[in-house]
Design a protein around this ligand. Structure first.
Ligand code: TXA
Ligand code: MG
Length: 355
């Protein structure tokens, strides 16, 4: 067991002395959790293979699922990538710093463990001031997956990081809850046309406006477990975002969804299960389950994305055995929300339709 140091820092004007303490851990090969605008990440020096190995171990992450490398300066991309296509340069200018991860062919300087043996690398420049300050003060690029135990919902607060990783990491920089709440969009720029491997904080519609051609990889919109090509989307085959409870997602028109959720909640309650319903403001008063929570109003998918992982963790803390979740629109951030809900349920999806 390590002693995990908690450093509270200002999200707008991070105190440099605290950032330096965290950066010293990174320089010595240690592990530092830090906020980004999406979720908290767990950082290690991306070019130090021993530090990256410790990172996988702390998270209990399978070694075949590579982390994202976070940079503080666009020039670093040219060191990490063998080739930077002009389309990617355009995207970096427009969307960085921000919730967009780009996949490139990788250069020789990157240790094999950092990319899980692949010939590509995932890179992003986060927007959060604490993240940028840490990267710059550490004078290195940070390999940083989300700061949760593998398979658990991503952390949107320092408390979630500690719940999963206390005693396993050196320090966490606590700057309060993260703004976006779902992870970055992962866009493969090493194929033509570019493909979205994971929908996230930068919506598909926004990327479509910026690029002449961009496609959604089937895994990004999957409604069942797909057999995938490991080299293209290594993270897709692992269990993800899942609470301990069994989860069912009900999709369809809202009028039919609420009826179906109610039917399922009654079914499991009659069986004596502790039931949770993940609802929205429009429907929350309709349910009678043991624990009913609202993601927010359907009219603001940003709020829904921001609340998602926190609420999944809260159901676990309350000992819920079955979670029935309402599906939401797949527009904008909704596609990322639905991708996480479907995966968290292990693709237990019920289509509600009016009879
Ligand atoms: O918002 C985010 O992206 C957060 C914050 C901390 O930046 N990070 C994050 O990292 O979600 P992680 O490691 O939990 O997810 C990285 C995703 C995984 O699905 C992984 O499989 C994929 O990116 N990935 C990494 N390297 C890849 C590569 N070379 N080719 C394809 N996918 C890759
Ligand atoms: Mg993750």
């Amino acid at each position: 067991m390590k002693k995990t140091l908690v450093l509270e820092v200002d999200s707008q004007e991070p105190q440099i002395e605290k950032i330096r303490i965290a950066a010293d851990f990174i320089k010595k090969g240690g592990l530092v959790a830090f906020p980004t605008e999406t979720v908290y990440g767990l950082g290690a020096d991306a070019l130090n293979s021993q530090a990256v190995r410790a990172l996988f171990e702390a998270k209990k992450r399978p070694l075949d699922n590579p982390p994202i490398v976070h940079v503080g300066d666009v020039r670093d991309v040219y060191r990490l990538a063998k080739e930077v296509p002009s389309g990617a340069e355009k995207l970096m200018k427009k969307f960085w710093p921000g919730p967009l991860t780009l996949i490139f062919a990788r250069s020789e300087i990157v240790p094999s463990v950092t990319v899980a043996g692949l010939d590509t690398i995932a890179v992003r420049m986060p927007e959060h001031r604490v993240a940028l300050a840490l990267i710059r003060e550490s004078s290195c690029c940070l390999a940083a997956p989300s700061a949760n135990l593998a398979g658990r919902p991503s952390p949107t607060m320092a408390k979630h990081v500690l719940d999963d990783l206390k005693g396993r990491i050196d320090t966490v920089l606590d700057a309060g809850p993260t703004k976006i709440g779902v992870e970055s969009t992962v866009l493969d720029m090493a194929v033509d046309p570019p493909k979205i491997l994971r929908p996230g904080g930068t919506p598909y519609e926004v990327l479509k406006r910026a690029l002449t051609m961009v496609e959604l990889h089937p895994v990004a919109v999957a409604e069942k477990d797909l057999a995938v090509d490991k080299a293209r989307s290594p993270g897709m085959k692992h269990k993800h975002y899942a609470p301990d409870a069994n989860m069912i997602v009900v999709e369809g028109k809202l009028s039919s969804v609420a009826g179906k959720v109610k039917e399922l909640e009654e079914f499991y309650m009659r069986k004596g299960r502790k039931v949770g319903v993940l609802a929205t403001d429009e429907t929350v008063s309709y349910y009678r389950a043991d624990v009913v929570k609202s993601l927010g109003s359907r009219s603001d998918l940003r709020v829904i994305a921001k609340n998602l992982f926190r609420l999944l963790r809260e159901f676990d803390l309350e000992g819920v055995e079955v979670i029935i979740a309402e599906g939401v629109s797949t527009e904008g951030l909704g596609l990322a929300v639905m991708n996480r809900l479907r995966k968290a349920s292990g693709y237990k999806i019920v289509k509600a339709s009016r009879r």
